[in-house]
Ligand binder design. Structure first.
Ligand SMILES: Cc1ncc(COP(=O)(O)O)c(C=O)c1O
Length: 415
């Protein structure tokens, strides 16, 4: 190849240091970044397949399940959602989606693309469902599956799931949960709450990069998926037997083939995203070393402290108080602030802190401040409150100097 002395069209990558306190992605654990820079292995190298098995064992613990299947779907969190729904739901199946924010709409959207007959129930953004209303809707619509979000970052609300899971099991309906925004930030008891399939992402309370989606599912799901099994040509064993159900419409998100890939059979499918698997493995190790309960407590304390600080600054919190997520806080943009985006921009450019905007019916009405994973610690809460106070005062809001930081300190002092 001819050599040239021309510089490449882009300079070296040099992102500015930021503190990511939006609804995710958030700062990545340094150990995870390090793990991602370790060498590639071939996907059938025995060392790599041993890592795959370790992933399964680690994620059984993260998901609090005895399910055999806990594996990674390569792609961001919505890849995990799409994999579960595409593989479990056949065209024409009735599914029920309780919608309490944007990500409920995403479940509806994916369900429709899968060809399901999607029925929905909705509450206003800022509220969650009473389990009795979900039970009534199940009795009315008789779905094969209920698809529900645990914590909807768009509204900052968390749907209690323990009773809903038991209702689904009693009525013999499958329950799929999108726990992307809540996993490791608040309890998720897959087995005890009777959840049949769950998918998540790394980029929230697990403090990894976006790009792979851990999922788990039980034998009830395996039975449904295997009825739809069809192994692709070229790798198909001569004795392969197809299921008698409708074939899964996606090859990439075909859970039946993914199970063969993640089983000792190691039947070839996609090329596993090596560095993302390393990241997922290290995220789980960091989290389990701290302990799930200690991690939940750290998230709860940080949001308590942040919220005390925000309220002491005279700001109003968004959403029904008993069911707020413990890892992201909605703050009503005060009337005196004519453009909430200017405040976000100043936080980012003057203080290096990213806080979140909002969309849909909440667009321009709330900011969303995340306290997730590696970011969720006292120093960052105090830094965020001090910076926000300075920015709000510059934008004409009368905020008592030091009130936010003092109130946040008080919560940590009392803990
Ligand atoms: C609850 C929930 N589900 C799904 C997603 C989608 O994740 P991704 O952008 O990784 O596909 C998000 C991202 O914010 C989320 O908060």
């Amino acid at each position: 190849m001819e050599r040239t002395n021309e510089l490449p069209p882009a300079g070296p990558l040099d992102p500015s240091p930021r503190l990511l306190m939006g609804p995710g992605p958030v700062d990545v654990y340094p150990r995870v970044l390090h793990a991602m820079s370790t060498p590639m292995l071939g996907q059938f190298d025995p060392e790599f397949t041993a890592y795959m098995n370790e992933i399964m064992a680690l994620y059984r613990q993260i998901f609090r399940t005895r399910n055999h299947w806990a594996l990674l779907v390569n792609g961001t969190a919505r890849a995990g959602i799409e994999c579960c729904l595409t593989s479990i739901v056949s065209p024409g199946d009735v599914i029920l989606v309780p919608i309490f924010g944007r990500f409920g709409h995403l479940l509806k959207e994916i369900g429709e693309r899968v060809g399901a007959d999607v029925r929905t129930i909705e509450v206003e953004w800022g509220q969650v469902f009473d389990p009795a209303s979900v039970e009534a809707a199940i009795r009315e619509h008789r779905p094969k599956l209920v698809a529900c979000v645990q914590g909807d970052t768009s509204t900052t609300m968390a749907q209690p799931l323990d009773e809903i899971g038991k209702i689904c099991r009693k009525l013999d309906v499958l329950l799929y949960v999108d726990a992307t925004a809540t996993i490791c930030g608040m309890p998720l008891e897959v087995d005890d709450w009777c959840i049949d399939a769950v998918s998540v992402g790394l980029q929230k309370c697990m403090s990894g990069p976006p790009g792979t989606s851990p999922i788990t599912f039980n034998e009830r799901v395996v039975e449904v998926v295997n009825r739809r099994k069809k192994i692709e040509g070229g790798i198909r064993p001569t004795d392969a037997i197809d299921g008698d159900g409708p074939v899964i419409r996606s090859n990439y998100f075909d859970l039946a083939m993914l199970m063969d890939y993640w089983s000792e059979q190691r039947l070839n499918h996609h090329t596993e995203s090596t560095s993302m698997l390393y990241a997922a493995r290290e995220c789980a190790r960091v989290i389990l070393e701290e302990g799930l309960k200690a991690g939940y407590a750290r998230h709860a304390l940080a949001s308590q402290s942040l919220r005390a600080g925000l309220e002491a600054m005279g700001l109003e919190l968004f959403g029904e108080p008993t069911n707020r997520m413990p890892n992201v806080t909605g703050v009503v943009i005060p009337e005196a602030i004519s453009d909430g985006e200017k405040v976000r921009r100043a936080m980012l450019l003057d203080f290096g802190i990213e806080i979140g905007t909002s969309f849909g019916p909440l667009h321009g009405k709330i900011w969303r401040i995340g306290t997730m994973g590696y970011v969720c610690r006292k120093a960052n809460i105090l830094r965020c409150l001090a910076s926000l106070e300075a920015v709000l005062r510059r934008h004409g809001l009368a905020v008592a100097p030091g009130a936010g930081v003092d109130a946040a300190y008080a919560v940590y002092d009392a803990a």
